[in-house]
Design a protein around this ligand. Structure first.
Ligand code: F6P
Length: 374
């Protein structure tokens, strides 16, 4: 009998329970394996806190948001433990063996893929599944959680339209996505936002305000501006890019540390960019403007049908791979197929929106302003 461990790590996202259920039912029901679930991400693996995933535990969870296992943003190699930051990977390796595991399944986004690779390099058999509302994991068409968040953000944009229209206002709506613009772009297109601003395409404030003024001249005294949380104007974006370059090219630890500090300072300085943008647009257009930050609403609640299906497909495919002892991979979605991709090809490779992506072209062709300099 094979023994497997499973955990969910990083920010939660709709579809996690569907994935746990998919892996668990296929592994235990179909293949006769035994599964334990570690609690609260990698921390549970360090503390050896787990529950057996047998009996009724997997029943009734398909439709539930969040994760029945709990999650956390802890990194195995840099974890706050006993009052200080420590490398806990050896403890994880010990607990893996103490529980006689044949494989550890890690469900998470970009950070989790990197952490999972580190554990793989320590000799553990690892399989990962790609989840995040940001859709920024490399080598998969899509991640689960994205479709649900897309629906929530689109509905929000729909609802903001009627109030913006009634008050002749601009509404600047901030959409999650970390450093990737998939969620803002997708929901902005689906919700018919007038302006969509992405981290991957630094914006020109004059171009944005001119687009809004042009709508005013055409008799439309309201505008919806969908702004990704990582979007920045051209000048600020280039300061961030410079610092990132300095970090990459750093000749020694000191230079790297300095670049990292600059990046942290810039992130802090630009944290309220959405609010600033709203007041800038108010001044430049003469229209009143309001800010709506969708925040964690986008991660909560029941998963969409598409996310339940995706999570179940990838979860059952994960059990198939364990049965075949094909480890060291992420189960990706490519068309209708669930395809194993070597973890090394995934970890550390963020999937950003390419500026020539078909969605970008579509947005431009329906007349959406992306703030691109003329
Ligand atoms: O990665 C998912 C995500 O929701 C990002 O879109 C966002 O930047 C981040 O997590 C927020 O993290 P937290 O919930 O830890 O504040």
């Amino acid at each position: 009998t094979k023994h497997i461990g499973i955990l969910t790590a990083g920010g939660d996202s709709p579809g996690l329970n569907a994935a746990i259920r998919g892996v668990g039912k296929a592994a235990q029901g179909h293949y006769g394996m035994q599964m334990i679930g570690f609690l609260d991400g990698f921390r549970g693996l360090v503390d050896n806190r787990f529950r057996r995933m047998d009996g009724d535990i997997l029943s009734g969870i398909l439709t539930r948001g969040g994760t029945i296992l709990g999650t956390g943003r802890d990194k195995p190699h840099r974890m706050l433990f006993g009052g200080k930051t420590q490398d806990m990977t050896d403890v994880i390796v010990e607990n893996y063996h103490a529980n006689h595991l044949d494989c550890l399944v890690c469900i998470g986004g970009g950070g989790t893929q990197k952490n999972a690779l580190r554990l793989m390099e320590k000799g553990l058999n690892i399989i990962t599944l790609p989840k995040t509302i940001d859709n920024d994991v490399a080598r998969t068409d899509v991640t689960f959680g994205f479709d649900t968040a897309l629906g929530i953000a689109t509905e929000a944009i729909d609802r903001l339209h009627s109030t913006a229209h009634s008050h002749h206002r601009i509404i600047v709506v901030e959409i999650m996505g970390h450093r990737a613009g998939w969620l803002a772009l997708g929901s902005g297109i689906a919700g018919g936002a007038d302006v969509i601003l992405l981290p991957e395409i630094p914006y020109n404030l004059d171009v944005v305000s001119e687009a809004i003024r042009q709508r005013q001249r055409g008799g439309k005294n309201f505008s919806i501006v969908a702004v990704s949380e990582g979007a920045l104007p051209e000048d600020k974006a280039s300061l961030v890019q410079e610092a990132e370059q300095r970090k990459l090219n750093a000749a020694n630890k000191k230079e790297k540390k300095e670049a990292k500090e600059t990046l942290a300072r810039l992130a802090q300085d630009y944290a309220n960019n959405t609010v600033l943008l709203s007041s800038q647009l108010e001044e430049l257009t003469g229209l009143e403007s309001r800010v709506t930050i969708l925040g964690h609403l986008q991660r909560g609640g029941t998963p969409s049908a598409a996310d339940r299906l995706l999570a179940t497909r990838l979860g059952t495919a994960c059990a198939d791979l364990i049965a075949r002892e094909q480890y060291g991979v992420m189960v990706s979605s490519q068309g209708d197929a669930a395809v194993p991709v070597p973890l090394e090809q995934v970890a550390g490779n963020k999937k950003l929106v390419p500026p020539d992506h078909p969605w970008v072209q579509s947005a431009l062709h329906v007349g959406t302003c992306l703030g691109i300099s003329k």
